[in-house]
Write a protein that binds this ligand. Structure first.
Ligand SMILES: O=C(O)c1ccccc1N[C@@H]1O[C@H](COP(=O)(O)O)[C@@H](O)[C@H]1O
Length: 216
């Protein structure tokens, strides 16, 4: 069964719903432009509400070591998701400096974009294939944009078949079944698809999403 990450949680009700749905990960966003952004204090408070079986992943966009380190400590992060323009060297540096798993998001619109993932082979602990948001968009993710999941069927553009990966972008309870059937993704990551408004998580939608994944 695919693992589940509920990203952009901002309150205890969302964390409780993720736990009820037996999600594997919750995501804390540390990106000021996002409606899901958390202060260090907020993240520290929420971290204590996350049950021990759920891993805490911090999302960053082109952040420096100081910002990542402060969040890792405040929220006792188990992992970081680098969702900006971080190249393989930067991903390797984050991995060397912090004792956490490191995910790298790859923006996908066409098959040619999949080749980018190969650059991170042996560097990132997990590749997250996410939809490329439109040029000039406010955010590089978290906008409910999906890509053609058929691109991930087969060899995923030559991506290392043994490497850990996941699917994000435009998922919700009504689409995740089709996404899993098409891609066989070992992990799905959702944010806006389990919200009532940007940054406002819906416990009912979180539970429905988890049920839809488990129904596969
Ligand atoms: O959620 C955000 O605000 C965000 C901000 C900047 C980069 C990525 C962000 N979210 C991630 O984007 C994907 C897809 O989200 P959605 O389900 O389409 O809304 C997911 O990995 C989020 O964690």
């Amino acid at each position: 069964m695919a693992r589940i990450k509920i990203c952009g949680v901002r309150d205890r009700a969302a964390i409780d719903a993720a736990a009820a749905g037996r999600a594997d990960y919750v995501g804390f966003v540390f990106f000021a432009k996002s409606p899901r952004n958390l202060s260090l204090d907020e993240a520290g408070g929420l971290a204590g509400a996350v049950p021990s079986g759920i891993r805490r992943i911090g999302l960053f966009v082109n952040a420096d070591d100081e910002a990542i380190g402060a969040a890792v400590r405040a929220a006792r992060l188990d992992g970081v998701q680098l969702h900006g323009d971080e190249g393989p060297d930067r991903v390797a540096a984050v991995k060397a400096r912090f004792d956490v798993e490191v995910w790298k998001a790859i923006s996908v619109a066409t098959r040619a974009d999949l080749a980018d993932a190969r650059r991170y082979a042996g560097v990132a602990d997990r590749i997250l294939f996410d939809a490329k948001t439109p040029t000039g968009a406010a955010l590089p993710g978290g906008m409910g944009v999906r890509f053609d999941w058929r691109l991930l069927a087969g060899d995923r553009g030559g991506f290392d078949p043994g490497a850990a990966w996941g699917l994000a972008g435009g998922l919700d309870a009504s689409t995740v079944g089709e996404a899993l059937a098409t891609t066989q993704a070992p992990l799905v990551d959702v944010s806006s698809g389990v919200e009532d408004a940007p940054g406002v998580k819906s416990p009912a939608k979180i539970r429905a999403f988890c049920e839809a994944v488990r129904a596969r």
